[in-house]
Ligand binder design. Structure first.
Ligand code: BGC
Length: 444
């Protein structure tokens, strides 16, 4: 591997630790909550709030991260995210009471919100165009590794009921993230933006290790900075408004097609399908987590070869078929014996297809479609929309199942996959191998 490529892969891997913490910290609570509730004697309402408070932190973090990244730089913002993760893990693990635990989880949420904006933004800005898709998908891969690690850690500490270790172990990747970001380079694009051309050039040389490629890239970056528009007012311009609309819509669609019903409530869904024992449904959930992780590799391999849109079409079609099959299976009264198997297979297909399409590619596209001047703000707003979508789906999933039944609930998610396919077809640009500065939204 050429030294420039190795360098970029290393930088992207360190930044992707932000994704690992995102996955770990959102996944770990599902197992920990059982023991926290016992220790603190929590009523059901407080249990639910202990789970969801992290999402409120995510919203706040996402809202401010883009502005911070535009002001102090991508590298320092990711460093700040690492410190926030670290503090959150310590507060949560050593808390004397429930109030402090809520504060700790809220702080962790701010860290997740920060990293969900800045990690993909930073990776996409340091990546050379031909491998940008794979490198940003590495971030999604790290999310899935984090989720899976959380399942295993929960399982390992369940016998002792030690939720403090479950929450506290996030300290390890946080420390690596902080240490790593102390020595990582700043994004060359950010450096040009703030007028530090000399340092920007030397970072470009390290990335490309090829004077012609870095000179080309410099020309387009400098050219793109000629536009005066910056800040929120810039979104009055029609093409930027369209980019913002696409960013928000993709972020929301990623959530309202139902992924986190499976990630957060998998064991409950298996129980609804008649998989009765706790250990069988936890095992099934671990299988789903493994599929999620492994199938993300498909995106890493193909996203720069076949492009973003073809992967989205294939993945969304698979998600639709899996959801529609599950909706149908739940509507059949005589299936009881095989319903568990169909549900397990359906969930594996659904998650596997999400893992190589809507999962990584939404983060990738929202890091690509905004021009440099407004990239921080554009990503912040889109990511905030993602967390709001996440909050609503995860808050109302069980109520939806109770009021509408499983067939209609899964049927609605299936229909939303079709809406997403149509949206991608008509609105989303193909960004494969394009320099960030050449990407345009709207009619060609
Ligand atoms: C989504 C998360 C989800 C995860 C599952 C991410 O792309 O944003 O909400 O939990 O994928 O792997």
């Amino acid at each position: 591997m050429r030294s420039g490529r190795r360098f970029v892969l290393f930088v992207a891997s360190v930044a992707a630790l932000g994704g690992l913490l995102f996955g770990y910290d959102t996944g770990v609570i599902s197992g920990a909550i059982l023991f926290i509730s016992k220790d603190f004697g929590l009523p059901t309402r407080l249990q639910a709030f202990t789970i969801s408070v992290v999402l409120l932190g995510c919203m706040l973090g996402a809202l401010i991260a883009g502005g911070v990244a535009d002001r102090i730089g991508r590298r320092r913002t990711l460093l700040a995210a690492g410190i926030v993760f670290l503090v959150g893990a310590l507060v949560s693990a050593f808390t004397p009471d429930e109030a402090m635990l809520l504060a700790g989880r809220f702080i962790v949420g701010i860290g997740i919100g920060f990293s969900s904006v800045v990690a993909p933004l930073y990776i996409s800005e340091v990546a050379p165009a031909p491998s940008r898709g794979a490198l940003v998908s590495l971030y999604q891969f790290a999310i899935t590794v984090g989720i899976l690690a959380a399942y295993f850690v929960d399982y390992a500490f369940a016998a002792a009921g030690n939720w403090r270790w479950m929450l506290g172990l996030a300290l390890v990747p946080s420390l690596v993230l902080v240490g790593g970001m102390l020595v990582m380079p700043e994004s060359p694009r950010y450096l040009f933006k703030v007028g530090n051309a000399n340092r920007a050039r030397s970072e470009l040389d390290r990335i490309y290790n090829d004077p012609v490629a870095s000179a080309n890239e410099e020309t387009s970056i400098v050219e793109s900075l000629r536009t005066k528009h910056a800040g929120l007012e810039a979104f009055a311009q029609p093409s930027l408004r369209l980019a913002l609309f696409i960013g928000i819509a993709l972020a929301v669609l990623q959530q309202i097609t139902g992924i986190n019903t499976v990630i957060y409530y998998g064991p409950q869904i298996f129980e609804m399908a008649g998989i009765a024992s706790d250990s069988a449904s936890i095992l099934a959930q671990t299988l789903v987590g493994t599929v999620n992780c492994v199938m993300t590799l498909v995106a890493i391999f193909f996203v720069d070869r076949v492009g973003r849109k073809p992967l989205l079409y294939v993945g969304l079609t698979g998600m639709f078929v899996a959801l529609a099959t599950m909706a149908f299976a739940f509507s059949q009264p005589h299936l009881s014996g095989t319903l568990g198997t169909i549900t397990l297979l359906g969930m594996m297909v659904y998650v596997g297809c999400f893992a190589f399409s809507l999962g990584p590619i939404v983060w990738l596209l929202i890091s690509e479609i905004f021009p440099l001047r407004v990239r921080g703000i554009g990503m912040s707003i889109s990511t905030l929309a993602n967390w709001v979508g996440n909050f609503f789906v995860s808050q109302f999933f069980l109520t939806m199942v109770e009021r509408l039944g499983q067939p209609l609930t899964f049927g609605i998610y299936a229909a939303l996959c079709v809406v997403t396919i149509l949206f991608v077809r008509s609105m989303v640009p193909e960004t494969k191998r394009e320099l960030l500065e050449q990407i345009r939204v709207g009619p060609a």
